[in-house]
Design a binder for this molecule. Sequence first.
Ligand code: PLP
Length: 393
Amino acid sequence: MPSTDGSGWALANSVGRNSPLHLYSGDLLKMKLPSQTAGPIPYLDLPAQMRSIRKDIDAAMARTLDHCTFCLGPDVAQFEKDFARFIGAEHCVGFNTGTSALHVALLLLNLGPGDEVITTPFTFVATSWAISYVGAKPVYVDIDDATFNLDPKLVERAITPRTKALMPVHLYGQPADMDPLLATCRKHNLPLVEDAAQAHGAKYRGRIAGTFGVMSGFSFYPGKNLGAYGEGGALITNDGAFAARARALRDHGSTQRYYHDEIGYNYRLPNINAALGCAQLEQLPDFLKAKRRLFERYEAAFTEVPHVRIVAEPEGCRSNYWLQTLLLDTSAAGQRNAILAATNDAGLMTRPAWILMHRLPRYRECPKMELPVSESLARRLINLPSSAFLIRS
Ligand SMILES: Cc1ncc(COP(=O)(O)O)c(C=O)c1O
């Protein structure tokens, strides 16, 4: 376990130049992270976040316990209003999870068996689940190594008569390259649904991620930049008809009490999670600033280091830096697993990237283009400790 001595983590001293750790630790571990005391360096630090807004959280919980409207209560309505304003969209419909919001978004586009949705293999599995839930197939297209997101240059080649939508992900809070993706959609008359589950507050050319597609889905899973301390999600749209139908579908397909005109779901956002979401939304701007400061610290530490690249936002974009990452160059890729093992053994919580979607049993047979960048990045990426509370000043 690392301990601090005021000049950096003691772990740094234990790393020899010949260790696979030296690429990483010689620089990362000498960083001064003032708020860090003894103990493991966490990956994400929910207890610290909770402590920072505990009073607001207690008040939000008490509100729900007082009025006892536990499902789709007043705080859901308030959260929908506040989040729509924050995002700059007409409608926010609260859901119990980000996955269910994405599922309903694809249902609203009438997707079904035989349809294909172009998306990325470099994501959390829920992106693909939403496509599978409506009976459609994901078609995987490679990513751009600057953003880790769908490479717009490659999308057009994957379009077939079966293609019914495009679903980019703003991975780790880094916006996908929306202008060319939207241009391709316009050219082929395809709707674009954004998986914005990780993208709270990220910006692409001054506009907030999650407002580019016909619909987008956000997640408020704990640990996200805006987590609801439980499950939570939202469907965002500027289309009133989509929003109205999404409201019905999340609540058993009901447009009036006990009247159900289509098969619906119980995808309701609990009031208590919405109340906690409201409390966190207030502190989101400060939280995003802290994430950026952590990124700047990592960037400063790694700029001169051979064999690694800290992954920064492309020009005109603002990442929300939800997860901060370090990319080993190909010559150092073979050391990745040893670095992960050694850092975790030493109490520095790092993780590898996702297992690529087409490597999962369920999606092995899915149509896919060549995916060399995804394959390479998946072997070279290290997710760094990303808690906003590692740095306070
Ligand atoms: C890229 C992506 N899409 C979708 C989801 C699904 O969100 P939820 O866990 O709220 O269902 C997640 C959650 O982590 C995600 O990271």
